[in-house]
Write a protein that binds this ligand. Structure first.
Ligand code: G6P
Length: 367
């Protein structure tokens, strides 16, 4: 059956709003709610024996992988190497026995990622894939298939596939942590509980749609936009910048908050909006001080944080967007929503072709 837009103006908008449902769907297949355990499908080898993870992907899927690196290291204490697929093979990566190579792809057909998968397979790595198309080449060639259940994604700029990838990767991080004896039963149950809460938190984030639409005029005239984040929100800053450039054609860059002083701060003036992604928590103070450096140079800040963070640092910002207070594990899923909505509304304000941006393809099957 043809996929319809329903009451939405664009597929991208529809797909942004589908996230609570498809993330719930994806999580259902990776969690046992009653037992409060993580349960990954089709694992017939010993994940506890893995000593290293290599993550390879492109585009938005690569940023999901970057978030996963933080989680695998923090929760499972597994060393992680990550690279974009187009660079990976050519640097002759060191792939030792006992390694898990993890490929993330919406389509399961991206040429660079598929070539990297075959390279790792030939080098004796165990191959795991997080893919949205279960009949794809990557799904067929994997030892371990971890499906996302986002449903067909039509908008060229990925949205729901990304948050579903994060949902699977969070479950995988917890699973690896349990297998490696890094999480107690209680801690696992707590993580499962947080993951089960995610769809409700995504709904809370989506409730800011109109407010974010009202901010589009603040960003639409800009020539350059900076996105800052720290820790697992740093890849979100990269994803926010990618979304904006893909569909609104505004030059945008994502930076680790702490790196701003090593270069991009030179760009700051009143004409460069800076979007700061900063949930309250241990990293908040440092990010706020980076934000003050921007403000001291006349920069205009849009702060995306929770009530606590906004109460502490929201004054003097150009705008603030209040997210629910969430567990650090699910913050990247929740903070994806406002950056998607912001890019979407800015593109609509500029009148670009949101679903079919110029020069971009949904699935890139050339290297
Ligand atoms: C293209 C799409 C992006 C996507 C990337 C990777 O560039 O426009 O939205 O993130 O490919 O695609 P994949 O299917 O491998 O996730």
């Amino acid at each position: 059956a043809a996929i319809e837009k329903g009451n939405y103006r664009h597929f991208m908008q529809k797909e942004i709003f589908e996230q609570p449902v498809v993330v719930a769907q994806t999580l259902r297949s990776h969690l046992r709610r009653v037992e409060q355990t993580v349960a990954l499908p089709q694992i017939d080898f010993d994940l506890a024996s893995i000593n290293r993870v290599t993550i390879v992907a492109c585009g938005t899927s690569f940023y999901a992988g970057m978030v996963a690196k933080y989680w695998f290291e923090q929760f499972a204490r597994l060393p992680v190497d990550i690279d974009v697929a187009s660079e990976f093979r050519y640097r002759d990566p060191v792939l030792e026995p006992g390694g898990l190579a993890l490929f993330i792809s919406q389509s399961g057909e991206t040429a660079d990622t598929l070539a990297a998968l075959r390279h790792c397979k030939a080098a004796g790595q165990t191959i795991a894939v997080v893919v949205n198309v279960p009949t794809s080449s990557m799904a067929r060639e994997a030892d371990l298939l971890l499906p996302t259940h986002a449903g067909p994604e039509i908008g060229v700029a990925s949205t729901k596939a990304f948050t579903c990838q994060l949902a699977v990767l969070a479950a995988l991080a917890a699973h690896l942590a349990v297998k490696r004896g890094r999480l107690t039963r209680e801690e696992e149950a707590e993580i499962v509980e947080q993951l089960v809460e995610t769809p409700a938190c995504l709904n809370a984030a989506l409730a800011h749609d109109e407010e974010i639409a009202g901010m589009a005029h603040l960003i639409a005239p800009a020539r350059d936009v900076l996105y800052l984040g720290r820790g697992p929100d740093y890849p979100l800053a990269l994803e926010g910048a990618l979304k904006l450039k893909e569909i609104s054609y505004i030059h945008a860059e994502g930076y680790a908050s702490g790196e701003m002083k090593h270069g991009p701060i030179a760009l700051i003036d009143e004409a460069v909006p800076v979007i700061v992604l900063a949930p309250s928590g241990p990293l908040f103070e440092k990010t706020v001080s980076n934000m003050q450096e921007v403000r001291a140079r006349g920069g205009k800040v849009v702060l995306i944080s929770d009530a606590e963070g906004i109460a502490e640092a929201g004054e003097g910002c150009l705008a603030t967007i209040e997210m629910p207070k969430v567990h650090p594990l699910i913050a990247p899923l929740v903070y994806a929503v406002p950056v998607q909505l912001l890019a979407y509304h800015v593109a609509v304000a500029k009148g670009t072709d949101v679903d079919q941006p110029r020069n971009l393809a949904k699935s890139v099957t050339v290297e």
